[in-house]
Design a protein around this ligand. Structure first.
Ligand SMILES: Cc1cc2nc3c(=O)[nH]c(=O)nc-3n(C[C@H](O)[C@H](O)[C@H](O)COP(=O)(O)OP(=O)(O)OC[C@H]3O[C@@H](n4cnc5c(N)ncnc54)[C@H](O)[C@@H]3O)c2cc1C
Ligand SMILES: *[C@@H]1O[C@H](CO)[C@@H](O)[C@H](O)[C@H]1NC(C)=O
Ligand SMILES: *[C@@H]1O[C@H](CO)[C@@H](O)[C@H](O)[C@H]1NC(C)=O
Ligand SMILES: *[C@@H]1O[C@H](CO)[C@@H](O)[C@H](O)[C@H]1NC(C)=O
Length: 517
């Protein structure tokens, strides 16, 4: 009897899948232990990491930040492969905006002394929602806001109350893009408090996020990663079939999992590591999808349906060259803008600003001098943007700016001589991401929705079949990916850790750990 090597197939060539492949390969390469494949439905590596170019600038369509460099494995790799420096400018090379200009609809520039107390209050309340004790600072803030009352003269129809609501809404909108929860009311704050941040600054990767992916993939033998192979059905064996004596078939050990692909081909495997997004899994557990056969057990399907998976999109826009640099001494072409909108129901709102613009918080150049501006969107508006024409987006953003930049800037950032058309801002090109409708993602990243909990994230990570290791071949389906990590979900490093976890699970199963590494 020919004894085959265990065959491991990883579904998805994103951060989780390639980390798992990298680990399995590097630990066992010298022993040639496994037959290893990564099958990817798309035509490129990286998944939700997609470094691209726009108007000659390097930009990130997906993952953008290393969320805290202290202890981040992504940061460690980036350092090792010298990806943190570049001669060319890159997106957010100066980090997070320190001093954005906050403007209220109608063109009223708000001094930090007006905005900061609200920001502080918002942050305190967010901390409180996540289980921290409220400090005296809230009442202190309330007091200092009282004093601000008089300073608000000269702000058109903005009253203190409206401004407070507007600034709060602006922070909420930023929070929606951080969490991907389209509506913050659907976010379970208590469970979110299990989320762990790495300490240290948040930075972007000079040579692009994709450089990390390429580095992980570079060790794999040619042919390991197969692009353009979309899995349409996964057959597995929760119980041993009675009529099959000990899994032996044609003199070979048969493999318990069978993958079907969109081109009609099939592949069998002993172990499959699934790394597809939570959005793809949600679609897969629909009664009629037939992706899993037999269907996933209820503990798994319930976790998949309870957890949240939202849409976050980025829009890049190029300022047209006719937008002249009015002030040579300014920091750049365009200030980093924080926008305070009237509520969508308000009679005071500028009627031509489209509804989807009203729920973005910022519009910023991707670096100091760049002519490329970036906004983040979440929820319904992020999804709606995916089907808008470029001209509609340009029109909507231009109209918004004509309201926000209609007054003269007084602080020297921008010198608006001609303010008739929002100091003549014109855009020549747009690039938007489409994570919500792309069938390989169906959203951007996961969050703990009301009704779910950290336990669901643990259930996501549980391999199948569960609790029956003797009755059927063990570890047939393993789950990795961002949405399987209890404390680092939604991030690239969460995906990385989850890939390592599942690789180690198999290495341990085959007693490979601690021997070869
Ligand atoms: C707009 C945006 C901004 C983000 N910003 C940040 C950030 O700043 N910092 C951060 O840490 N994280 C960020 N993230 C999240 C981060 O990108 C993800 O958490 C991480 O990349 C997920 O990796 P993964 O391997 O779990 O999943 P994926 O990258 O989704 O990999 C899964 C792979 O499976 C493939 N696939 C799907 N279905 C099939 C199928 N049927 N058959 C075969 N293959 C299939 C997909 O094509 C994909 O390549 C952002 C994400 C988005 C969308
Ligand atoms: C990835 O980037 C390319 C451009 O470089 C773009 O064509 C493609 O649509 C992007 N994919 C996703 C899923 O955003
Ligand atoms: C961009 O501007 C900020 C704020 O003025 C400054 O601190 C930073 O050094 C600038 N970056 C570059 C690359 O010049
Ligand atoms: C920004 O552009 C100005 C004018 O072209 C140039 O003098 C300056 O060095 C640039 N700054 C950065 C950080 O690129």
């Amino acid at each position: 009897m020919v004894v085959k090597k265990p065959k491991i197939v990883i579904i998805g060539a994103g951060m989780a899948g390639l980390t798992a492949a990298n680990k399995l390969h590097t630990v066992t390469a010298s022993k040639d232990m496994f037959e290893l494949y990564v099958v990817e439905g798309g035509t490129r590596l990286g998944g939700r990491i997609n470094t691209s170019e726009f108007c000659g600038d390097k930009i990130e369509m997906g993952a953008t930040w290393i969320h805290g460099i202290g202890g981040s494995p992504i940061h460690k790799i980036a350092q090792q492969i010298h990806s943190l420096e570049s001669d060319q400018p890159w997106e957010c090379m100066d980090g997070n905006l320190d001093e954005p200009t906050t403007i209220a609809e109608g063109g009223f520039i708000l001094n930090p002394s007006i905005v900061d107390p609200f920001t502080k209050l918002f942050n305190t309340l967010m901390d409180h929602a996540q289980g921290m004790k409220l400090s005296d600072s809230v009442s202190d803030t309330e007091k200092s806001l009282e004093k601000k009352q008089e300073e608000l003269k000269g702000y058109g129809k903005w009253s203190k109350k409206l401004l407070e609501e507007g600034i709060f809404a602006m922070h909420e909108n930023a929070q929606r893009t951080y969490t991907s929860a389209g509506d913050l009311l659907s976010l379970d704050y208590r469970a979110e408090s299990e989320y762990q941040m790495f300490p240290g600054e948040e930075i972007t990767i000079a040579k692009g996020y994709l450089s990390i992916i390429e580095s992980l993939a570079s060790v794999l033998p040619p042919g390991t990663v197969q692009l353009g192979r979309k899995v349409t059905k996964i057959e597995w064996q929760p119980e041993r079939k009675n009529h099959e004596p000990m899994n032996v078939e044609n003199g070979y050990c048969s493999r318990p999992v069978k993958l079907h692909f969109n081109d009609g081909s099939v592949m069998s495997a002993d172990h499959v590591i699934i790394t597809v997004s939570l959005g793809v899994l949600k679609a897969a557990i629909h009664d009629d999808s037939g992706m899993f056969y037999p269907p996933l057990p209820s503990f798994k399907a319930d976790a998949i349906s309870r957890l949240g998976f939202g849409v976050v999109n980025k829009i890049f826009m190029q300022l047209s060259p006719t937008h002249e640099r009015k002030n040579e001494h300014s920091e750049g072409w365009f200030p980093s803008l924080q926008m305070v909108f009237h509520s969508p129901q308000s009679e005071m709102r500028h009627k031509k600003i489209p509804w989807w613009m009203r729920r973005t918080a910022t519009l910023c150049p991707i670096y100091n001098n760049s002519s490329v501006l970036l906004s983040w969107f979440a929820g319904k508006e992020a999804l709606a943007l995916e089907s808008l024409k470029d001209e509609e987006i340009i029109q909507g953003v231009s109209t918004t700016l004509s309201s926000f930049l209609s007054h003269k800037f007084s602080n020297g950032n921008v010198n608006a001589e001609d303010n008739s058309q929002g100091y003549g801002v014109k855009f020549s090109k747009v690039l938007k991401t489409k994570w919500g409708t792309d069938p390989l993602f169906l959203g951007s990243y996961s969050y703990v929705a009301v009704g779910s909990s950290g336990d669901d994230l643990d259930a996501m990570a549980e391999p199948l079949p569960k609790d029956k290791p003797l009755a059927s071949p063990p570890l047939q389906i393993l789950f990795a990916g961002e949405a399987t990590h209890r404390t680092h979900y939604s991030t690239t490093h969460g995906a990385y850790f989850s890939g390592l976890r599942e690789a180690n699970r198999l290495l341990q199963h085959y007693h490979c750990l601690g021997i070869y590494n």
